[in-house]
Write a protein that binds this ligand. Structure first.
Ligand code: HMG
Ligand code: MG
Length: 306
């Protein structure tokens, strides 16, 4: 199969990246990061999550961030909503502050479902169903994130059948698109392909994305493996920010800069300006007081410094 000629990147740095930061990141910094990402050409940004502030304090400023964004036409802004309470909060303000897309997030592993959202997989689907329906009623697109599709910090290897099972449940409640996530970055190309193939039994390839954390340094290889299956949408995180608070030791998503460099090098279009993206990554890395996790950004910045 020929590789896709165009790829859509969803930068999840403001949410998946920053959710794990211990130091307070002011709403103004999150808003500025979103602005810099859209200026760099990102067409979708996962901005925040409407979860319990007791569980994830860093996302407690969700409404302030959503209200503060200067929206650009053609850019989609998504947020995580694990239950109706979260969804109602996401649409509590004026329409201009609503997300264009919501994300319900389930897991292929029972243990991870319990640790992350405090319920079983079956219960999670019961909670997601009214969220998906309410969102679609309002014309809001519904995406599902599927965690631990190759490995789980508590259960170890996850069989592709369990991914297929979850994808089928998501499809059954009207989730329009699913992301195949390697939450703890343990996957290798063939395993990731097996998880995607199990998903493709329920979803068309245009409705599937890859979400690879880079803990074991496999995420670019896994991205290429997913491209080989025709998957053309990926969640990545500027500067490789992040990790999941309920997946100990897991590092951030693959850096957006690294994926964009690889794709452009292969002649695949993303619509993203790599230099501006690197500047956005530098902005947030400077704020956090540490070096970027992006190898490409580091190389380019070293070169710029001469
Ligand atoms: P729960 O305790 O089971 O819920 O939490 P509950 O309904 O029993 O409510 C308990 C308390 O939480 C109540 O407050 C509720 O009002 C409140 P209290 O009376 O104790 O003061 N509450 C909420 N507050 C704000 N927003 C809400 C909400 N719902 C209940 N939406 C819940 C269930 C899911 C809320 C909780 O477990 C939670 O917030 N978990 C955090 C999950 C999370 O954000 N994880 C990280 C994101 S997922 C991820 O990173 C993976 C992903 O990137 C893909 C991948 O890499 O795998 C997507
Ligand atoms: Mg993630």
């Amino acid at each position: 199969m020929p590789l896709p000629s165009r790829v859509k990147i969803v930068d999840v740095g403001p949410r998946d990246g920053l959710q794990n930061e211990k130091q307070a990141v002011p709403a103004a910094v999150k808003i500025e990061l979103v602005h810099r990402l859209q200026d760099a050409g990102l067409k979708e940004i996962e901005v925040t999550s409407y979860v319990s502030p007791k569980w994830v304090p860093q996302m407690g400023d969700n409404a302030e961030v959503m209200a503060g964004i200067r929206r650009q036409p053609g850019v989609r802004y998504s947020v995580l909503t694990p239950n109706l309470k979260g969804f109602e909060a996401a649409i509590a303000g004026p329409r201009a502050t609503w997300p264009d897309e919501i994300v319900v997030f389930g897991a292929a592993s029972e243990a991870f479902s319990q640790k992350n959202i405090n319920c079983s997989i079956a219960e999670s689907i019961e909670r997601f169903a009214p969220v998906a329906e309410a969102a679609r009623d309002q014309g809001i697109y519904v995406r599902g994130a599927m965690s631990c599709t190759v490995g789980c910090p508590y259960e170890g290897d996850i069989a592709p059948e369990r991914v297929g099972y979850l994808a089928g449940l998501m499809k059954g409640i009207g989730v329009q698109h699913v992301g195949v996530a390697d939450t703890i970055g343990v996957g290798t190309p063939r395993k990731v392909q097996a998880a995607i193939e199990a998903t493709l039994r329920h979803y068309a390839v245009d409705d599937v994305s890859g979400h690879f954390h880079d803990t074991y340094g496999q995420a670019l290889a896994n991205t290429l493996a997913a491209l080989e299956l025709g998957v053309w949408q990926y969640d990545t995180s500027v500067a490789g920010l992040g990790g999941c608070p309920y997946a100990k030791g897991a590092t951030g998503n693959v850096a957006t800069e690294d994926v964009v460099y690889m794709l452009h090098g292969m002649g695949i279009d993303t619509g993203i300006d790599l230099d501006q993206l690197i500047d956005a990554g530098q902005y947030i890395s400077d704020f956090l007081g540490r070096k970027s996790n992006s190898r490409v950004a580091t190389a380019v910045l070293n070169k710029r410094a001469g």
